[in-house]
Design a protein around this ligand. Structure first.
Ligand SMILES: *Cc1c(COP(=O)(O)O)cnc(C)c1O
Length: 423
């Protein structure tokens, strides 16, 4: 049986342990929610301060040129590209994940409409993140298209001659289940559909190779595993074979080929730059760049494959400790036990009191989160295991807190049952 000392020894031997020093982790907090909001990098406050005080405060509008503000969406995009198997010049940072999803779904829909009017269905997963489904509904409605929702196990056989677009989130936000991107993209292409991937729970946590998978479009989130800060802007990628053929539905001036010619007519910029819409959020981009740099800092230590190996080791340990030390407390592991199909989080369910158990853990400084179920899916207790800053001993301690919360009935206290606005 694994002991706390074993975990401390694993931390001692961990080649990625030094990366934790890049983060400002508050004392007394055991943070297992990096899949929702990544931790503050140490570099961020000083960098944002520099941008505010010097680039904005002193150089003012000159900074669009002198401080490279105008290039930020592409510069940070190039850094993110390295994490998702995209080439330089293929990714930009702009807007939110929701907005970028709208852009790429509209782009894909236009391409399909040029080919055939028989294809008018977007296939997605019933348990996809709600904003993805809402945006897809918003795309389908004016086109007279249909959004067809399937369960994960129905996807492989779910393509039909009317399928225009497959829209999936690579790692499911509730269960942590990871799709086989290469395989599903191939199936989509075989039936003539385009594949759009949401990398919100993948970028910076699991290796992704958009180019090798031949994916068509991708979007992803800046504030989760990329540590960009609350509401950080998101990223967007189009396969180069589509990049110049895309009519940007949000045809803003910064996606124009020459914004400062102030032409009355919209001509899109070549390539991915046309996915920009309005003025870039410079302060947020500066913070996001610091966050992306923390992931790139793993490069000399084995990069994303080393991060992936550690993430799986952390989640294996979590599952093993829950199985052994919390046995008999009604917990079920909802995430796939097969490591190859699991993202960087472990999700548990419990027939009763899931919300209160998470609240009791938070009161002890162990931060996970809760996602309510419905008639088809259970309530979920969610624990993100971010390999950049989570230690093996943190996993041991978190499960020990969980054991105590359940064993002593601490979760039954009334204060843990009051609902907060954000769960
Ligand atoms: C977090 C997340 C989003 C977030 O979208 P915003 O536009 O940033 O609010 C979108 N999709 C998925 C799958 C996510 O996990």
């Amino acid at each position: 049986m694994t002991s706390r000392e074993d975990c401390l020894a694993r931390d001692q031997a961990d080649p990625l342990a030094c990366l934790r020093g890049l983060f400002d982790l508050p004392d007394g907090t055991l943070y297992l929610d990096g899949n929702s909001l990544g931790v503050l990098p140490k570099a961020t406050a000083a960098r944002v301060q520099e941008v505010v005080r010097h680039e904005w405060g002193v150089d003012l509008i000159k900074s669009w040129n002198s401080a490279g503000w105008m290039d930020l969406p592409r510069r940070v995009g190039d850094k993110i590209a390295q994490l998702i198997g995209a080439g330089p010049g293929e990714v930009v940072v702009a807007d939110s994940t929701s907005v970028n999803l709208y852009k790429v779904l509209m782009a894909a829909a236009r391409l399909q409409q040029e080919r055939s009017h028989e294809r008018r269905v977007i296939v997605s997963e019933r348990s996809n993140f709600p904003t993805d489904l809402y945006i897809a509904q918003g795309v389908c409605e004016p086109l007279g298209w249909e959004l067809r929702l399937l369960d994960a196990h129905e996807l492989e056989a779910g393509f039909a001659p009317d399928t225009a677009i497959l829209l999936l989130t690579h790692v499911n936000y509730r269960t942590g289940r990871m799709h086989d991107m290469a395989h599903l993209t191939r199936l989509a292409h075989e039936c003539g559909a385009l594949a759009v991937w949401d990398l919100a729970h993948s970028a910076g946590a699991v290796p992704v190779d958009l180019t090798a998978c031949e994916a068509d479009y991708a979007v992803g989130c800046g504030y989760k595993y990329l540590n960009g800060g609350p509401g950080a802007p998101a990223f967007v990628w189009a396969h180069p074979r589509h990049a110049d053929r895309f009519a940007q539905p949000l045809s803003g001036w910064l996606g124009h080929v020459a914004p400062f010619e102030f032409s009355p007519h919209y001509t899109p910029a070549p390539g991915i730059a046309r996915y920009l819409c309005g003025t870039p959020p410079v302060l947020s981009l500066a913070a996001l760049e610091c966050g992306v740099d923390t992931v790139l800092a793993a490069e000399p230590h084995g990069g994303l494959s080393a991060l992936r190996a550690k993430s799986l080791a952390l989640s294996e340990l979590f599952v093993q400790l829950v199985d052994t030390r919390c046995a008999g407390h009604g917990l079920t592991v909802v995430s796939p036990r097969d490591a190859g199909r699991r993202g960087s989080q472990v999700c548990l369910s419990r027939a009763e009191g899931g919300y209160a158990v998470v609240q009791a853990l938070i009161a002890r400084g162990v931060i996970g989160d809760f996602r309510a179920g419905d008639s088809r899916t259970p309530d979920i207790l969610r624990f993100g295991l971010t390999p950049l800053y989570t230690r093996y001993v943190d996993v041991w301690d978190a499960v020990e807190h969980l054991r105590q919360v359940l064993q002593d009935g601490e979760w039954q206290r009334p204060e843990f049952h009051r609902r907060q606005a954000v769960t």
